[in-house]
Write a protein that binds this ligand. Sequence first.
Ligand code: SF4
Length: 240
Amino acid sequence: MFAPVAAVKVNKKIADRATEVLKRLKVIYPEAICELTHESAFQLLAATILSAQCTDARVNMVTPALFAEFPTAETLSVANVERVEELVRSTGFYQTKAKNLIGMARGVVDRFGGEVPSAIEDLVTLPGVGRKTANVLRSVVFDLPGLAVDTHVGRLSRRLGLTKEEDPVKVEYALNAMFPPQDWGGFGLRLILHGRRVCDAKKPQCQVCEFADICPSSELPRSKMAKSAGSKKPAAKKAR
Ligand code: SF4
């Protein structure tokens, strides 16, 4: 298992940089928004499961029809898998995703009385739900501490010199130790926005980046930048 937050030692210089990064992120992105369209915890859970190896924009094209037909966990829990596959096909890995969506809905109905749970230990028992998805739910709909480490958060955390960890859970624990719990969710959501808009995996725009003066990667040759983006894992079939 990984060390609990209290046991993670944080280097003062890195902690100071992390504090500055968070401060600037709050100015650049005043709203810590999640770009997946949803109207309930259930819908965000379903949308996040669909977002594995897929863009939020694509998921947002698919979910209106999915939620029109299956607006609640109850309705999705008894859905025909082939119909769900048809609706989510364009998000990729559609067979696994359809199976996970129906399994998640059944779990919510059978074990949690139709209400999406907020405890991370409960959320990760649902099919297709890993720590990342659980933390998205916690921070976005429950207003609870939860730092979702996706590919953007991992890449930017490494480029900004906040951690050297590659494992998303280790990255989460390392970052959690640098911020108060109430900032965990907002930090992750804002870092995702910066990763999408400025610090692209292949072409980071250091010349216009507000962190260029404090980012240890800002002057690296492009070859090293690409390396710091981390390896892409074919993780679509894994829980998120
Ligand atoms: S300076 Fe460059 S590498 Fe550093 S966060 Fe900004 S875009 Fe990314």
